[in-house]
Design a protein around this ligand. Structure first.
Ligand code: GBH
Length: 477
């Protein structure tokens, strides 16, 4: 059982979750600043204004990565630092660009390969106020392309670009349930623009168009001289039918993955949305014009995979789904009909370890999309009650060590035994950080961050366990 010799492994973070320094060097406001300021949106009433203070501690973070032997680091760029108002005719902020140029240089200097995510959810607030943000097909893809081009030009040393992190979350959580910024909901009376039964599907369509435009720009103007690669990162949980004997549950389990992954991956690899989505959503799902699909189809140099957990899926029989339904008329849970349980619990209600699901999903992806090159751009876990433990116990995170051990071995088996082409793996996350609507109580880091005492970092056992694990799995020669 082995991984290829040049396999990359490391850790990931995202700008709003770790940077803090929201007023520094001319950064403009993002939708997440505004969302956090609304009472009741974030569990502990917190925000990302300080977070891990990573914007001011780049050396410390790079030293940390080095000390645990990481070969790569995935971070995201804050659009509001590059163009504070966001748009293609708005002023560009050189200080913001300089920060990320230097950070990338410093990583490379330290022997760490950068993976840059252009958009991990922190949209410049100006773009939401001006035209509804991702909802505008006329404006959003053009503004995104302009933003992306500035960075391709400024950071030629970066060889791995990720256009969007989890567009499912931006569309569904941002424009359907409202659990994430900008907090657009499926309740029409609270939806300031648009049509709640259609908005999230329009948002998804526009994210794909923006992705396609950025990829086209990269391939035509930068890739020939820079030689890097570009792709999108999608989330997706593994699924099992609640009752494997029931064809409707089997179909529903597959449909759940299609609504999560194939919504974006089918247009990119096959040129259209999956039939299951068209069947359920009808004309609420946008259609592709020939020009649009020409832009999107074939636009991935690699598949970025975020993966955390698995579910049992049960079809809702005899029920017509309401217009705001976004999962496809089904229920999910952690217990099967015959009483099998996915577990144990973590601090995150939606997450329970299931390494077998990871292997199965890798195989599913590889089959459906023609064996693409895959980078696992996130994988990790919270630990039940971790936030309430003393630091001395938190850093002995055997639960997380076991999680990574199980998942990384499942991935190695998928590569060696099932022929899946995985080239890299990034654990989520390098640091405990701002876990969006869950605030700071849920910790995903391999490093404990003491928020009350100057953001001091304490590497956990899991931070050090990664190198021996990968050393034992990567072919030496
Ligand atoms: C990632 O999101 C994020 O990229 C990262 O920023 C975050 O900190 C990390 O994970 C840990 O949460 O049952 O169909 O409603 C993963 C977020 C979790 C994706 C819940 C969707 C629910 C799917 N996701 N999941 S569903």
């Amino acid at each position: 059982m082995s991984l290829p010799k040049d396999f990359l492994w490391g850790f990931a973070t995202a700008s709003y979750q770790v940077e803090g320094a929201v007023d520094k060097d001319g950064r403009g406001p993002s939708t997440w600043d505004a969302f956090c300021a609304q009472p009741g949106k974030v569990a502990d009433g917190s925000d990302g204004s300080v977070a891990c203070d990573s914007y001011n501690r780049t050396k410390e973070d790079i030293d940390l990565l080095k000390s645990v032997g990481a070969k790569c680091y995935r971070f995201s760029i804050s659009w509001s630092r590059i163009i504070p108002l966001g748009g293609r005719n708005d002023p560009v902020n050189q200080k913001g660009i300089d920060h990320y140029v230097k950070f990338t240089d410093d990583l490379i200097e330290a022997g760490i390969e950068p993976f840059i995510t252009l958009f991990h959810w922190d949209l410049p607030l100006g773009l939401y106020e001006r035209y509804g943000g991702i909802l505008s097909k006329e404006e959003f893809p053009l503004d995104y392309e302009n933003y992306a081009r500035i960075l391709f030009k400024a950071i030629p040393k970066c060889k791995h670009w990720i256009t969007f992190n989890e567009p499912w979350c931006s569309s569904i959580l941002g424009y359907n349930t409202g659990l994430h910024a900008p907090g657009h909901t499926s309740d029409r009376s609270r939806s300031p623009v648009g049509d709640s039964a259609r908005d999230c599907w329009i948002a998804g369509h526009n994210l794909l168009l923006a992705h396609g435009r950025a990829v086209k720009a990269y391939r035509e103007e930068f890739k020939p001289t820079q030689g890097g690669e570009i792709g999108i990162t999608l989330n997706g949980d593994a699924t099992f039918p609640w009752d494997p004997e029931d064809p409707e549950d089997v179909e529903a389990a597959n449909r759940k993955i299609e609504f999560a992954i194939s919504w974006f991956a089918d247009p990119i690899y096959h040129g259209d949305y999956p039939a299951s989505m068209r069947k359920q959503l009808g004309d609420r799902l946008p259609s592709w014009t020939p020009e649009e699909i020409a832009l999107v189809q074939g636009s991935n140099d690699f598949y970025g995979m975020n993966h955390y957990t698995a579910n049992y899926v049960r079809h809702k029989k005899g029920v017509t789904p309401p217009p705001e339904d976004f999962v496809g008329n089904l229920d999910t849970g952690f217990v099967s009909k015959s009483g099998d349980v996915i577990g144990p619990e973590t601090q995150s209600a939606w997450l329970r370890p299931c390494p077998r699901g990871f292997r199965d999903l890798l195989v599913w992806l590889s089959r459906r999309y023609g064996g693409p090159k895959i980078y696992v751009t996130e994988n990790g876990t919270s630990v039940k009650g971790e936030n309430d433990m003393p630091v001395g116990r938190i850093v002995e995170d055997d639960f997380r060590v076991r999680y990574f051990d199980g998942y990384v071995r499942a991935m190695a088996e998928a590569c060696a035994q099932d022929g899946v082409d995985v080239r890299g793996y990034m654990g989520w996350s390098l640091l405990d950080n701002f876990e969006w609507a869950e605030g700071y109580e849920t910790r995903f880091g391999v490093t404990y961050v003491d928020y009350a005492n100057d953001q001091k970092r304490y590497p956990k056992k899991s931070a050090r366990a990664m190198k021996p694990l990968f050393d034992s799995l990567i072919k030496q020669d």
